[in-house]
Ligand binder design. Structure first.
Ligand code: ZN
Ligand code: ZN
Length: 279
C-alpha cells in the first residue's frame, strides 16, 4: 500500500486542479493521497468525486500557516470537520492576512523609492483570488526593476530585504488544540525544513504533544537522512505518528514527485483511528 499524505492543488499553490491531482496520484500508483492545500479546504469536494471515480482513497486535509516564537511552522490538519466554526474563522483570518500583505509590500517598496502600485500587482494576479508575492515579483519584472522572479525575491522580497512584509499566521499553540477540537489530526509538516529546526527541538515537540500534537512529518525532501533518523527517534520517544510525503505542487516545485516519500501503512492506520476515535 502506497500512501502520500501531503500534496497541493491549484486551490492553493499547486498547478493541477484537485481532480487532476487525484488522477495523477492514481497514475503514480498511490493507494492513498492526502490533499493539503495551504489554509484552504476548497479542493476537497472535487478531489473526493474523482477519488471515487478512479478508486483511490482521499484523505482531506490542509496545511495551516502558523507561527511559534516568530518562526513560521506549517501544521498539517487531517480529517477535521470543515464546518467547525473556530476552524473556519481561523482560516478566514489567515486568508485575509495574505490579501492584506500585498498593500504592505507595495508601501515598503515605494518607501524604498520604487514606483510600483497595487494596480500593477493586480494586473499580474489576473484571476487569482489572492494576489501574493509572486505577483509582486512579476510586476517588478514588468516594470524593469528586476530581471526575473528569482532576482525580485533575492533583492527585494525575501525576509530582511526592503520589500518584505510579515503576514498573520495563527499561533501554533492555539491551532493544535483547535484542529483537535475539530476532530482532526494535527501533524507538523517538515519540522526541520527551512526555518523550523531551531524552534522545534525535543523539548518543544514534547510540549506540543501535550497540547494535542499527534504526529510529525519525517520523510520529506527538505530533511537530510540524518535529520530523518533523528526525527524518527524523537517521534518514537514521544509516541508521535510518523508520516512521509511528497509535498507535491504539480509543476510548481521540482523534486517533489508524487510518492517520492510515503507513509508506512501502520502509521497511516494510527492517523485514521486517531481521527475517528474522536468523531
Ligand atoms: Zn509546507
Ligand atoms: Zn506543503
Amino acid at each position: 500500500m502506497r500512501i502520500d499524505l501531503h500534496t497541493h492543488s491549484a486551490a492553493s499553490d499547486g498547478t493541477d486542479t484537485p481532480g487532476d491531482l487525484v488522477r495523477a496520484a492514481k497514475a503514480a500508483g498511490l493507494d492513498v493521497v492526502g490533499l493539503t492545500d495551504h489554509d484552504a479546504m476548497s479542493g476537497w469536494d472535487a478531489a473526493a468525486r474523482v477519488a471515487d471515480e478512479v478508486g483511490i482513497t482521499l484523505v482531506p486535509g490542509l496545511e495551516i500557516s502558523t507561527s511559534l516564537r516568530h518562526r513560521g511552522v506549517h501544521l498539517l490538519a487531517y480529517l477535521p470537520d470543515p464546518t467547525h466554526p473556530p476552524l473556519v474563522a481561523a482560516l478566514d483570518r489567515i486568508l485575509t492576512g495574505r490579501t492584506e500583505r500585498t498593500p504592505a509590500i507595495v508601501d515598503a517598496l515605494r518607501d524604498h523609492g520604487i514606483d510600483i502600485t497595487e494596480d500593477d500587482v493586480r494586473r499580474e494576479a489576473g484571476g487569482s483570488v489572492a494576489a501574493g508575492r509572486p505577483h509582486v515579483a512579476d510586476a517588478l519584472v514588468r516594470l524593469g526593476v528586476s530581471s526575473d522572479r528569482t532576482q525580485a525575491f533575492t533583492d527585494l522580497l525575501n525576509p530582511g530585504r526592503p520589500g518584505y512584509a510579515n503576514r498573520y499566521a495563527a499561533p501554533l499553540e492555539d491551532m493544535i488544540p483547535l484542529v483537535t477540537d475539530a476532530g482532526g489530526v494535527a501533524v507538523i509538516a517538515h519540522p526541520w525544513g527551512r526555518s523550523g529546526a531551531s524552534v522545534l527541538d525535543l523539548e518543544s515537540l514534547s510540549h506540543l504533544r501535550d497540547l494535542g500534537l499527534a504526529g510529525i512529518e519525517v520523510d520529506h525532501q527538505d530533511h537530510s537522512s540524518a535529520d530523518r533518523a533523528e526525527l524518527r527517534g524523537i517521534a518514537r520517544d514521544l509516541d508521535l505518528i510518523i508520516t512521509g510525503s511528497s509535498d507535491h505542487h504539480g509543476l510548481g516545485k521540482v523534486d517533489h514527485d508524487l510518492g517520492v516519500n510515503t507513509t508506512d501503512p501502520e502509521q497511516y492506520e494510527r492517523l485514521v483511528s486517531h481521527a475517528s476515535s474522536r468523531a
